[in-house]
Design a protein around this ligand. Structure first.
Ligand code: 6PG
Length: 251
């Protein structure tokens, strides 16, 4: 039985992003105390950009022992790494160029490769080499940052897309009909093996879907399929996105 999610509502994206950065810093410090590394998976899209800029800023980056951190990607568009739509490009500009993360500690998805199936397998192999799951187990990420689209998609798991039914592979190419394009994405079993999933959702265009996802019948939206068996889910929301939630959830 999964734990009820933590729901935190902030005035705006800046407050929300600083709160998540501070949560990341706390998780990294705990791992350092345990003499372990922190593994985190980063989503793309527009909402996390400010968070990554904060994490990469000189004010903040000194607060994290980056050699103890490994960063993975949640998903990627099938475009070259310097393409305007590339999640890697956004993450590089916002965080990697300034944070001080050792080069080998960022694990890029080779989504531009024509052999997408093999690119997905190679990425799973890369995850295995760092996360070292037990034989037959899914890799356990310490924290996963997810967004949500107005259609309730998360990662590149879009409503009605084939990857939603994947139960064994860790990473797959997924054809997204509404975009007429492929994406590489982590699968539900991997996302649900995580210790901590942090959703960041802002903007009134997502308010109705957010209410349906958090308060409506289960199983309708991909974002509702994020239910880590041995982990917790936190929703970091701005006022605009949270406006339709019932009073009880608005805290
Ligand atoms: C991507 C993301 C995707 C994103 C949502 C929300 O590659 O686009 O990983 O799942 O989180 O589409 O996107 P916004 O933050 O831009 O609203």
């Amino acid at each position: 039985m999964t734990r009820s999610p933590e729901i935190r509502i902030f005035d705006d994206l800046e407050c929300l992003s600083w709160a998540i950065a501070t949560r990341f810093e706390e998780l990294a410090r705990l791992k350092t105390i345990e003499k372990k590394t922190l593994s985190a998976a980063l989503s793309g899209g527009s909402t996390p950009k400010l968070l990554y800029e904060i994490m990469g800023s000189s004010a903040f980056s000194r607060r994290v022992r980056w050699p103890n951190v490994h960063l993975f990607q949640v998903d990627e568009r099938c475009v070259p790494p310097d393409h305007a739509d590339s999640n890697y490009r956004m993450i590089r500009h916002a965080l990697l160029e300034s944070a001080g993360l050792p080069e080998g500690n960022f694990h890029r998805m080779g989504a531009e490769r024509p052999d997408r199936e093999q690119a997905a397998k190679d990425y799973a192999q890369d995850m295995a080499s760092v996360l070292e799951p037990a034989a037959g187990a899914f890799p356990r990420l310490d924290v996963v940052f997810l967004g949500m689209g107005p259609d309730g998609h998360t990662a590149s798991l879009f409503p009605g897309s084939a990857a939603l039914d994947e139960q064994t592979a860790w990473v797959v190419p997924n054809f997204v009909a509404k975009l007429n394009a492929f994406r590489l994405t982590l699968t539900l079993p991997v996302l649900n093996a995580a210790a901590h999933v942090i959703f960041m959702v802002t903007g009134e265009d997502k308010a109705a879907t957010l209410r349906a996802v958090l308060e409506g019948p289960q199983g309708h939206f991909p974002a509702q399929r994020i239910e880590p068996a041995r982990g917790r889910v936190s929703w970091f929301l701005d006022l605009a996105a949270a406006q339709s939630l019932s009073a009880g959830l608005q805290g």
